[in-house]
Structures are given as structure tokens and as C-alpha cells.
Design a protein around this ligand. Structure first.
Ligand code: B16
Ligand code: MG
Length: 217
């Protein structure tokens, strides 16, 4: 059987959350807002524009569109500066063996990410050739938990949603996969991702047996 395996990017393939955090923290500091790692959790899987809104809410700050645009540009430039030296050492443990195994088994692979910087990240980490389809923040208008990003990926792969499997680290992403009627696999803490069909702490805990179960489902 051929299934579509859809991967989220940040928190699943690479840990770019730490760079998003550093870049947002600079903006927050400038505005006199305290922005902790706990606050950053709420920005995971959330679009850039929505992330800024959440930070401004945190500091109870109202801003003009002009200022917001300025901060969005500044955040992204700063974020990109952290990605300059990125290479395959930044791939999260266990991801590459799973991608290789899926390719060997002739399964379809897609990316389903909210990030507008997804392509350069896949290129720098040397894994872009594994992907049969890439859907990112440049392609969709509705953010997770809206299922648009995953439905678009399945469509590009000519696969029915019920034959698609989504790997996600965010609650909104798991909800999006469930709404899309796809199999959801949470990567992270069970108490946070309890809505997922399956949960693993990371990819090193995913064995080929489990992948086979999904392929043959
Ligand atoms: P960008 P994912 C998301 O990636 C991140 O989790 C989120 O923190 C970020 O704000 C969003 O991408 C947009 O990223 O500013 O690069 O367009 O988890 O959906 O792969
Ligand atoms: Mg994510």
C-alpha cells in the first residue's frame, strides 16, 4: 500500500523553536515585555503574524500596522541570521532513518509547516530531496488547527486524507490532522498531545514495526 506521510517542520524535523525564541525575545525586550520560554510554548506552530499579536497582547500593547510590519521584518531577519550556519547536525535524532525507511518502502512524503522559511531549512539540512510535496506558510491562508495545510499536502500527493499520517509536535497541529480525518502522531509529551492517535517522545522511539503498521493500516 502507499500512504502519505506528512511532517511538520519545527519541533519534528528540526528544533528551530530556540531560534524563533531568541528572535522574538529581542522584540519583546525592546518593547519592555517579559517573554519567557513558557510564553514561547504558545507560539509553537503559530504563524508569524499571530505570534506577534500574542506577544503584544502579553504586554498589553496596541501598535500601528506600520510598527507591526517593522517588528515582523526585524524578527524574521534576526531569525534568518541564526539559520545561516545550519546543517544536517540540526536534524532531530531519529528523523533521517525514518525518512530513509519511508523512501525504501516507496511511501509518499510531504512537509506541512506554518513556516515561510521551510524550503531553505530543508535545503540546508540536506533532506529536501526526500519530499514529494512541500506545503508551507507561503501556500496556505488558514493556520493550524485549520486543516488546510495538511489537506493541501494530501491533495498534491493524490492521497485521500484517511490514507495520510501526520507527525506533529503542537496541539494545534494534532487538532488539524484530526479534523482532516488523518492519522495523527504526536512527537512530544503525552500530557500535552493527548488528542493524538499515537504519541512518542521523539523519533528515536519510532521503530520500523510501527511504520509498517501505519503503511498496512
Ligand atoms: P516563520 P511549524 C512554525 O513552524 C513554528 O512552530 C512557529 O513558531 C513559527 O512562528 C511559524 O512556523 C512561522 O514561521 O516565521 O518562519 O514563517 O511548526 O509549523 O513547522
Ligand atoms: Mg511544529
Amino acid at each position: 500500500k502507499t500512504k502519505a506521510f506528512i511532517f511538520d517542520l519545527d519541533g519534528v524535523i528540526v528544533d528551530t523553536a530556540k531560534y524563533h525564541y531568541l528572535a522574538w525575545q529581542k522584540i519583546a525586550n525592546q518593547l519592555g515585555i517579559e517573554f519567557t520560554p513558557e510564553h514561547n510554548e504558545e507560539l509553537k506552530g503559530v504563524s508569524r503574524v499571530r505570534s506577534l499579536e500574542l506577544i503584544l497582547q502579553l504586554g498589553k500593547i496596541e501598535a500601528s500596522q506600520e510598527d507591526k510590519n517593522k517588528w515582523l521584518t526585524q524578527k524574521n531577519e534576526d531569525y534568518l541570521s541564526y539559520l545561516v550556519d545550519m546543517d544536517d547536525s540540526e536534524l532531530l535524532a531519529g528523523v533521517l532513518p525514518v525518512l530513509r525507511y519511508l523512501k525504501e518502502r516507496k511511501q509518499l512524503i510531504a512537509l506541512g509547516s506554518a513556516s515561510k522559511n521551510a524550503r531553505p531549512i530543508l535545503e540546508k539540512t540536506g533532506i529536501i530531496h526526500y519530499f514529494d510535496a512541500i506545503v508551507d506558510g507561503n501556500d496556505v491562508s488558514n493556520a493550524k488547527p485549520d486543516p488546510e495545510v495538511f489537506l493541501r499536502a494530501a491533495e498534491l500527493l493524490n492521497t485521500a486524507p484517511e490514507n495520510a499520517i501526520v507527525f506533529e509536535d503542537s496541539v494545534a497541529g494534532i487538532q488539524a490532522a484530526n479534523i482532516a480525518n488523518m492519522t495523527s502522531v504526536g512527537i512530544g509529551e503525552a500530557k500535552i498531545l493527548h488528542e493524538a492517535d499515537y504519541i512518542f517522545p521523539d523519533f528515536t522511539h519510532i521503530e520500523t514495526n510501527f511504520i509498517e503498521t501505519l503503511v498496512n493500516k
